[in-house]
Structures are given as structure tokens and as C-alpha cells.
Design a protein around this ligand. Structure first.
Ligand SMILES: NC(=O)c1ccc[n+]([C@@H]2O[C@H](COP(=O)([O-])OP(=O)(O)OC[C@H]3O[C@@H](n4cnc5c(N)ncnc54)[C@H](O)[C@@H]3O)[C@@H](O)[C@H]2O)c1
Length: 120
């Protein structure tokens, strides 16, 4: 069974560039994003550049059951975690929204990784 890198926030700005580099370097990956600040259009553009389809699952990092389903489907041996909110002004206005998404979300992701013995 081949190994995958899970790319959270994979439809976003930094991650979509990372996908192109990973593909050129020969890695397999699966993208997980709730599309709260992006569009699947960016993945279509990545597909055009790399010349193959991108495995994409729409979901939220705070949804552990959805994350577990992903780990059951793919042999994920590492994660690059880009999913996050990062608007400075809004984070000052709505700090709890940011703690929930970025801190709680990361903890949930780490818990699922730990459950599936994914340490990288
Ligand atoms: N853009 C920069 O210059 C820069 C510089 C340094 C670090 N970063 C960090 O890199 C990361 C990505 O930044 P970006 O500029 O690509 O942002 P972005 O908003 O383009 O990408 C973030 C992606 O995460 C997704 N996302 C957010 N919350 C989610 C959740 N709960 N579940 C699933 N998906 C979720 C969004 O839909 C989006 O596609 C952030 O952590 C950011 O702080 C960005």
C-alpha cells in the first residue's frame, strides 16, 4: 500500500504551491480542506499543472470522525498542516474563533494522528 502525505488546508495559497512541488518530487498526497477561505478551483489549476488528478476530501480539521475516515482510507505516514485562519485583524476581533479553529483544530488533528500512529 503506498504512503500518502495528508495536506490540511491544501486548497489554500501556500499549500497549493506545495502540492506542485510535492508532485514534482514524486510524493503522493491527499488534500483535506473545508474551503472556508479557498475554492476547489485552485486544485483544478494544480491538476492542470501537474497533469494528474488530486485526491481531495472536503472536511474540517475539528471533525475527528471525518479525519479518522481519511486515515482509514489512506495510509497516511505524514501530515503537512496548513489549515488555519490567519487574518490578523479578524483574529483580534474574534480571538475565540481563531483559538477554536487553529488551536483546538490542531489538537484534534494531532489526536487522530496519534491514534493512527502517524508521527511525522
Ligand atoms: N500566506 C503567508 O504569507 C504565510 C506566511 C507564513 C505562514 N503562513 C501560514 O501558512 C498557513 C496557510 O496560509 P495561507 O496563506 O496558505 O492561507 P489560506 O487561507 O490560503 O489557506 C488556509 C486553508 O486552510 C483552510 N482551512 C482553514 N480552517 C480550516 C479547518 N478548520 N478545516 C479545514 N480546512 C481549513 C482554508 O479553507 C484554506 O484553504 C497558515 O497557518 C498561515 O498562518 C502563511
Amino acid at each position: 500500500m503506498s504512503s500518502y502525505i495528508l495536506i490540511t488546508g491544501g486548497a489554500g495559497y501556500i499549500a497549493s504551491h506545495t502540492l506542485v512541488e510535492l508532485s514534482h518530487a514524486g510524493y503522493d498526497f491527499v488534500v483535506y480542506d473545508n474551503l472556508c477561505n479557498s475554492s476547489s478551483e485552485s486544485l483544478k489549476r494544480v491538476e492542470k499543472i501537474i497533469g494528474k488528478s488530486v485526491a481531495f476530501h472536503q472536511g474540517d480539521i475539528r471533525d475527528k470522525e471525518s479525519l479518522k475516515a481519511l486515515f482509514k482510507t489512506y495510509h497516511i505516514d505524514s501530515v503537512i498542516h496548513f489549515a488555519g485562519l490567519k487574518a490578523v485583524g479578524e483574529s483580534v476581533e474574534k480571538p475565540l474563533k481563531y483559538y477554536d479553529n487553529n488551536v483546538s483544530g490542531t489538537i484534534k488533528l494531532l489526536e487522530v494522528m496519534s491514534e493512527y500512529n502517524c508521527k511525522r
